[in-house]
Ligand binder design. Structure first.
Ligand code: NCD
Length: 308
């Protein structure tokens, strides 16, 4: 298989590439159990984050260090990097690639990672580009589904919450569309329904999807409930829209009652109030395990893009 170069969007992965990444991620679980390795010794990763993050940035940094590599980082790059002086992303990338062997970027504009990759001579990894995509999250999501549900073909997935602005749901839809007989139910408040680009993609690839209003009805059929946060930061001054969307679909003990016994609840996190904490102790609550899988997936990606 060709070398994995940039990681920009979920559609770029072939099923073969996906099973390759998951196989390396499984190896990485063993590596972490043995306190890491030195395969990325003397390699340097730069993280350029123009939007807030906890899990994504820390798990990338932990991944690099667990493999013996080094990290340079700019958090809050929108305010504290030269972007604040008016430097373009392209120029910033041309500079940072002189310092680091791989660049992980989170940006506030859709398409930013692709723009960065178009000028970069080192691998670019998209850690979220505005309301665009979050491909490394969807890789860890699919890895989690495989581990928790035991299969990817033939599953029924309910995507819930902010499907218009939630880049994780968008990337996950693209990625799961690559497996056989996956069925999607989209359950979103009116103002944040799944966008046409995804629906057209699913349609073109013959993937079943339906938009539903009743979360209880969908929860009874789902193998995976993928809950998401209403993305407040994307509403600007539309506070009434935000308030209407928020609180519409909450996962609580009542919903657990109708779910299948072997189903799982996932969430990219952070959550606000869309999953009640009373759900956390249910064995089907997979979201914390899901976040931990991010470490293995990101170790695998770094190993692969750096050809180690
Ligand atoms: C998500 C994101 O940043 O898109 N968080 C994450 O990376 N796990 C989801 C969110 O912010 O709601």
């Amino acid at each position: 298989m060709d070398k994995l170069n940039h990681v920009i969007e979920a559609q770029q992965f072939t099923p073969e590439r996906l099973s390759d990444i998951f196989a390396v991620a499984r190896e990485m679980e063993q590596v972490v159990r043995h306190y890491g390795s030195n395969i990325l010794n003397r390699r340097l990763m730069a993280t350029l984050f123009y939007e807030p993050s906890t899990r994504t940035r820390l798990s990338f940094e932990a991944a690099m260090k667990r493999l013996g590599g080094e990290v340079i980082t700019t958090e809050n790059a929108r305010e504290f990097s030269s972007a604040a002086k008016g430097e373009t992303l392209e120029d910033t990338v041309r500079i940072v690639e002189g310092y680091a062997d791989v660049i992980v970027i989170r940006h506030f504009e859709s398409g930013a990672a692709r723009r960065a990759a178009s000028v970069a001579r080192v691998p670019i990894i998209n850690a979220g580009d505005g309301p665009g995509q979050h491909p490394t999250q969807s890789l860890l999501d699919v890895y989690t589904i495989q581990k928790e549900v035991g299969r990817l073909d033939g599953i029924t997935v309910a995507m819930v919450g902010d499907l218009a602005n939630g880049r994780t749901a968008r990337s996950l839809a693209y990625l799961l569309a690559k497996y056989k007989d996956v069925k999607f139910y989209f359950v979103a408040p009116e103002v944040v329904r799944m966008k046409d680009d995804i629906k057209e993609y699913l349609h073109r690839h013959g993937v079943f999807f339906a938009e539903e209003e009743d979360l209880f009805k969908v929860a009874a059929m789902a193998d995976v409930i993928y809950q998401t946060r209403i993305q407040k930061e994307r509403f600007g001054d539309r506070t009434a829209d935000y308030e209407n969307a928020r609180g519409k679909y909450i996962i609580d003990r009542e919903l657990l009652q109708v779910m299948k016994e072997r189903a799982v609840i996932m969430h990219p996190l952070p959550r606000v109030d869309e999953i009640h904490p009373e759900v956390d102790t249910d064995p089907r609550a997979a979201y914390f395990r899901q976040a931990h899988n991010g470490l293995y997936i990101r170790m695998a990606l770094l190993k692969m893009v750096l050809n180690a």
